[in-house]
Design a protein around this ligand. Structure first.
Ligand code: UD1
Length: 420
């Protein structure tokens, strides 16, 4: 296990260019199995561990992969796709479940394992399975947590999601593009990554309408061709760096991003007294924070609510704000573990179930803390930037699951962060 070592007290300044979104890249790679011809993907964060794992899975399915330049990937489909995903790979990443929808649509049968991933709650897959079943797939549980999904032919249906699950919306969308007839997903997730996936699939010849709203209509087609796509910027990476700028009272311009994707974060930062400069339709945001931050309240929610993937980083920031802040986590039932780790650094945070009450500002001090999951790890790095002395974040590989080369890129802004 690697660690990150952070020396606190540096004010971040400069420019940070955002990479393509991990959460768009993962479903897109799964969707590439639907294409009959070669696919070229630009702005793909190839250095992220979860993306590397997905590439390994694609290789075992028979796909040929080549990266002619940084952040560019060429994917060549085989004449015949394998249909069993190795259990060891599947278990390491929840997103591998994304392959169930496209592979059953393309080949009629797929064996997956009930997935692993972040330790932030139970994370059932019932909505994925309910959707695939509604399209006509049969499910058969095998010993060892393996699951066979099969259907000679999928048939379009009306599907209502009890919760706007991002992964279930994507999985059903990928299955439905090759189904007979029309599928309508009601109460669909509206995240920008859903829109990105729909745009990719549409570029291959799929007929998808309404992505980005809560009703998505998909008219099945016989086949999808190859194509080319540029992945949407990573709003969570952009938001993490914006919070890093705020927590160090810094001045950072974040570029190559879509400011509109982060409006809930901008509102909260403004409430805390952070100055933000951006133009609608632009590709950058300047984040400037003075010495005094104010407490605020936030509550995570499905897009366009406050993103759960920025909740831990925001809690870290709240420890530095004057007054009592509250954070309510509504998406995952066990996503406040970082509160305890921040406490080891001197933060005063009370938690009760899904709610955290943060008393600030508290000086943060050097400590050894553990990255219990990907975004919690990011939050601890940010806390380390604001702390006096040296913070050791144990579990660097958690952070590497979702951020490419974060220490080097933060160091370019003046942070003293390194892998150890
Ligand atoms: C995606 C993101 C993740 C983000 C999350 C919420 C990817 C690869 N990951 O995860 O970074 O934190 O959206 O924005 O895009 N649920 C069910 N049954 C299901 C599916 C989900 O009950 O079948 C529940 C989950 O347990 C969770 C909630 O719905 O409580 C949200 O999950 P979902 O939107 O599906 O998140 P993911 O797609 O797993």
């Amino acid at each position: 296990m690697g660690d990150f070592v952070v020396e606190g007290g540096q004010r971040l300044t400069g420019t940070f260019a955002v990479n393509g979104a991990k959460n768009a890249a993962l479903p897109l790679l799964a969707a590439a199995t639907l294409a009959d011809g070669p696919v070229v993907v630009h702005n793909i964060p190839l250095g992220i561990r979860d993306v590397q794992l997905m590439l390994q899975i694609l290789r075992t399915l028979g796909m040929r992969l080549h990266s002619p330049a940084p952040h560019v990937l060429e994917i060549q489909p085989p004449t015949r796709l394998e249909t069993t995903i190795p259990e060891a790979l599947m278990r390491q990443m929840r997103a591998s479940l994304f392959l169930a929808g496209p592979l059953v649509a393309r080949t009629g049968r797929v064996t997956v394992s009930r997935p692993g991933g972040c330790d932030i709650g139970v994370r059932p897959i019932d909505l994925h399975l309910k959707g695939l079943k509604a399209l006509g797939a049969e499910l058969e549980d095998l010993p060892g947590g393996r699951l066979v999904v099969s259907a000679p032919r999928l048939v379009g249906r009306k599907i209502y999601l009890d919760f706007p699950s991002v992964g279930a919306t994507e999985n059903i969308m990928m299955a439905a593009v090759l189904a007979d007839g029309e599928t309508v997903i009601d109460n669909a997730a509206r995240e920008p990554e859903i829109v990105d996936l729909a745009q990719f699939l549409t570029g291959l010849g799929a007929r998808i309408y309404g992505a980005g709203t809560d009703t998505i209509r998909i008219v099945g087609v016989r086949r999808l061709s190859g194509g080319e796509h540029t992945i949407v910027p990573d709003r969570i990476e952009a938001g993490t760096v914006a919070i890093a700028a705020a927590i160090t009272h810094g001045d950072v311009e974040i570029t190559d991003m879509v400011p509109e994707h982060l409006v809930p974060l901008w509102r909260k930062l403004e409430e805390m007294g952070v100055e933000l400069i951006w133009q609608p339709g632009g590709d950058r945001v300047r984040v400037r924070a003075g010495p005094r931050l104010r407490a605020t309240t936030a509550r995570t929610g499905p897009h366009p609510g406050f993103p759960t993937d920025l909740q831990p980083q925001m809690v870290a920031l709240m420890t530095q704000a004057y007054g009592v802040s509250t954070m309510v986590e509504t998406i995952f039932e066990n996503r406040l573990k970082h509160a305890g780790e921040l406490g080891r650094m001197g933060a005063r945070i009370l938690t009760d179930g899904r709610m955290a009450v943060i008393y600030g500002p508290t000086p943060l001090e050097s400590a050894t803390v553990e990255a219990t999951d990907l975004r919690a790890g990011a939050a601890l790095i940010l806390a380390g930037l604001a702390a006096t002395g040296t913070t050791r974040v144990v579990g660097a590989e958690q952070v590497e699951r979702g951020y490419e080369d974060l220490p080097r890129r933060l160091a370019a802004l003046g942070a003293l962060v390194r892998a150890a």
